[in-house]
Design a protein around this ligand. Structure first.
Ligand SMILES: [Zn+2]
Length: 159
């Protein structure tokens, strides 16, 4: 299906917001929900599970991506649209790039949420603009050649 009507978009966003309430209601984590849509059908839903799974990476978007990929048995969600109750953080935005989604719709902006929660995620985004060795958590390369060889061998085997 080419595009979606405003009514469908509102329907999917309402579901994402409903899931954000669900995350808190069942005690799974912070109030963030997400649905993944392809051809006007929801193919994956998720909400924040950081608390219940002791997983700081279990954001709503990541949960929805995991559920959709497992359901579809794929690593790519090309052509999908992502509906999030909050604008995706950097980690989730990167995951959305990795899966190849076509468009993101969000309800509340992350800057508003950061201002409400005072979360350190905004600081991370600023820090990542620095060169790797000048970040708050500096990164240093070790044994680059050895690891590169593994990647090259794997890549050649795929061709
Ligand atoms: Zn996130």
């Amino acid at each position: 299906m080419e595009g979606q009507g405003e009514e469908s978009k509102i329907h999917f966003m309402k579901r994402a917001i409903e899931l954000s309430r669900h995350a808190v209601k069942v005690g799974d984590g912070a109030p963030f929900g997400c649905v993944i849509v392809k051809d006007n059908q929801i193919i994956g839903e998720g909400w924040n599970h950081t608390k219940s799974q002791y997983d700081p990476t279990a954001h709503g978007e990541i949960d929805a991506i995991r559920n959709a990929c497992r359901a579809m048995k794929t690593l790519s969600l090309e052509g999908t649209e992502i509906y999030c109750s909050c604008e995706p953080c950097l980690m989730c935005a990167a995951a959305i790039h990795i899966i190849g989604a076509s468009k993101v719709y969000y309800a509340v902006s992350k800057s508003v949420v950061y201002s409400i929660l005072g979360q350190p995620l905004k600081t991370i985004e600023e820090d990542l603009k620095n060169p790797t060795d000048q970040r708050k958590i500096p990164a240093q390369s070790l044994l680059s050649g050895e690891a590169q060889k593994v990647v090259e061998e794997w890549h050649q085997g795929k061709q």
